[in-house]
Structure formats: structure tokens, C-alpha cells
Design a protein around this ligand. Structure first.
Ligand code: ZN
Ligand code: ZN
Length: 340
């Protein structure tokens, strides 16, 4: 089967790979129909996030069950399903402390990072990581469960309250899923700062925002401006410190390598919380339920779809250029998906 394989930074190629086969009774093989291109994939490609060489990348996916092991009892051949790609063992020290997203076995088990992922036709998982996709929800929307689940995990940690003055930095898929999640917690009149004019146009053009939320072309911090800042870019902590109000919360979720300088005294003196979050813990089912409700307007978020063969073009449209080996904010898409 053809697959998108990561070899080394800036080197991802369409490559022939062996199809997976069942070997254990609880395993499930899914024929992948849609996989979202995630910021993590871009960070892998640009060398900012480590992945195993020769691994098939891709982890946000939905498809159809084509084979099941003898003990599988939560899905059948032909079922439309969503895959949770983030393995957890359930019995290591971290899993037992409620930190499934930091499972001690995670380093060697993450689909699309350290084990083969889903930018290909067939993917093997176990029944523990399979969720149903409702009949009326398209596969590409089902594939949004993973990023939504990550956002819900972060939102849970933030313990938000209605009417917090809020800025989301970065109007990409994660920023826009944060908007959806925070809106459901009663947060209104927030701002989404996005430096790509094309992305602003897409967000405004398809009326994605409601309840007083607006876009801004730049983040220009002012003192005591926000109670909550969601930095999805991973590079705006210093500026966020200038804009956060006393007692405010800054959420960090972007995986970009850079150094920022902040003053610890200020964090203490102004009771500021800086809260990091990665992957999802105990929110995947909630995300799946929200996706299956069909109420998130995801058809407006998923603006571009490509066949596997056009993966390089899809990267270009996301401002990630393997030829020039650079990432820019010349971004033509909100969420892009590979349809197989
Ligand atoms: Zn992702
Ligand atoms: Zn574990």
C-alpha cells in the first residue's frame, strides 16, 4: 500500500509499505478514509518534533473496519469508526495517576510518530482505541476527534468560567476548535489573532464565528487585556505576559522550538497561571460525542481535501515547503485532510 513516510527532516515521500495483518485477538484493521494534516505533522517534517525515521505519519483519522480479531466485541466489519491514535497502557505509574497522555510506554507507541500512522490505506489498532462514527457524519469530520480531544483536555485543565476576556493566538484548526469548546463554556466576545490574511479571509468568509467573537490580523498586547490567552503558536509567551491580567491563565499547546524570556517574580506577584497540555486524557469519548452531534460547523473548518498523491501540494498550501525547507504564514487552508 502507498503511504506517506517520514525519512528525515524535510524528507517525506510517498512510499510502498506492507499492509498490516492481524496477530492478536483484540486487534482491528481499519481502512482509512480520511486523515487530517496536523500541526504536529508539520513540526515533524520541519524537524521541530522528533519522529522515528521510516515511520508512516498521520494520526487524525476515521475509516471503515475491514478485519477484527477473535475477541473484538465493540465493532464489526463494515462499521464506520474513529481511531484514538494515542496509545496508553492503563497500568504504568503515569496512567494510574490519570496521566494517560504521558503513559510511560507512549514514546514507542504513538501512531504517526513512533509507530506507523494513517496517511495510508490500512491501519492496525486494538478495540480499546476504536469509537463509532455516526452514519450522517463524513469521515473527514470524524477525523477531527483527535485534535478536538486534545483541545478538550486543555480546556478541562484551564477550568474556565464564562465571560473571561479571551484571546486565541493562531486561527488554525486548534485555535478554531478552542473557539468552539470555549464558546460552549459561555465565553463570548473573544478575539482570534491570526497573521495569515488568507486564513482570516476563510474564517470571516464562511461565518465560522458567532457570539461576538472576532478575528484580528496581529496580537498587539496591552496591559490587563485578557483573563485567558490560548497560545496555539507556541511562540508568543513573552507577548502573552504583557497582555494577561492579574490572576489570568495562559494556555500553551503549540509544539514549536524557540526560547522565550519571562520573569518568574511576575508570575508569582500577579498570580498568573501558565498551563501546558499535550494530547488527550479522558476526553476522547466526549470529543467523539460532540463530533457525532454534528453541531460544530466542521464543514466550515475543513476547507481543503487532497488524495494521498498530492501530499506535497497539501503541505505547500499549509505554508510548509519541503523544497525551500521553510514554514511561512502563506497558508491557503484552515484544516486540510487527506482522503483515501
Ligand atoms: Zn493532531
Ligand atoms: Zn501507561
Amino acid at each position: 500500500m502507498q503511504a506517506i513516510v517520514y525519512n528525515r527532516p524535510w524528507d517525506v515521500q510517498l512510499t510502498e509499505k506492507a499492509e498490516p495483518v492481524l496477530s492478536l485477538p483484540d486487534e482491528v484493521i481499519v481502512e482509512i478514509r480520511a486523515t487530517g494534516i496536523c500541526g504536529t505533522d508539520l513540526s515533524i517534517i520541519s524537524g521541530e518534533y522528533d519522529a522515528r525515521p521510516q515511520v508512516i505519519i498521520g494520526h487524525e483519522s476515521a475509516g471503515v473496519v475491514v478485519a477484527t480479531g477473535s475477541s473484538v466485541d465493540n465493532c464489526r466489519i463494515g462499521d464506520r469508526v474513529i481511531i484514538d491514535p494515542t496509545y496508553y497502557c492503563g497500568y504504568c505509574e503515569h496512567c494510574r495517576k490519570g496521566l494517560r497522555n504521558h503513559c510511560l510506554l507512549k514514546a514507542g507507541t504513538e501512531a504517526g510518530v513512533s509507530v506507523d500512522g494513517t496517511f495510508t490505506r490500512y491501519f492496525k489498532t486494538t478495540q480499546r482505541f476504536i469509537y463509532p462514527l455516526a452514519d450522517h457524519i463524513p469521515f473527514e469530520q470524524g477525523a477531527m476527534s483527535e485534535p478536538l480531544s486534545c483541545v478538550l483536555t486543555a480546556v478541562k485543565k484551564l477550568a474556565v468560567t464564562p465571560y473571561m476576556r479571551t484571546a486565541i493566538l493562531g486561527g488554525g484548526p486548534i485555535g478554531l476548535l478552542f473557539y468552539q469548546a470555549l464558546s460552549r463554556h459561555g465565553i463570548r466576545d473573544g478575539v482570534i489573532c491570526e497573521t495569515s490574511p488568507q486564513r482570516i479571509k476563510l474564517i470571516e468568509g464562511n461565518n465560522f464565528l458567532a457570539n461576538g467573537w472576532q478575528t484580528a490580523p496581529a496580537f498587539v498586547p496591552k496591559k490587563n487585556q485578557y483573563d485567558l490567552i490560548i497560545d496555539t503558536t507556541g511562540s508568543l509567551l513573552e507577548k502573552s505576559m504583557l497582555a494577561i491580567a492579574d490572576g489570568g491563565k495562559i494556555s500553551l499547546m503549540g509544539l514549536r522550538n524557540n526560547q522565550q524570556t519571562i520573569n518568574p517574580r511576575e508570575i508569582a506577584d500577579r498570580s498568573i497561571s501558565i498551563i501546558g497540555s499535550i494530547d488527550s486524557a479522558d476526553t476522547f469519548k466526549h470529543a467523539v460525542d460532540l463530533i457525532n452531534s454534528g453541531t460544530l460547523g466542521l464543514e466550515k473548518l475543513i476547507t481543503h481535501a487532497y488524495p494521498l498523491q498530492d501530499f506535497q501540494a497539501a503541505l505547500q498550501d499549509l505554508g510548509c515547503d519541503p523544497v525551500k525547507q521553510q514554514r511561512t504564514n502563506q497558508i491557503a487552508s484552515l484544516k486540510s485532510v487527506i482522503m483515501i
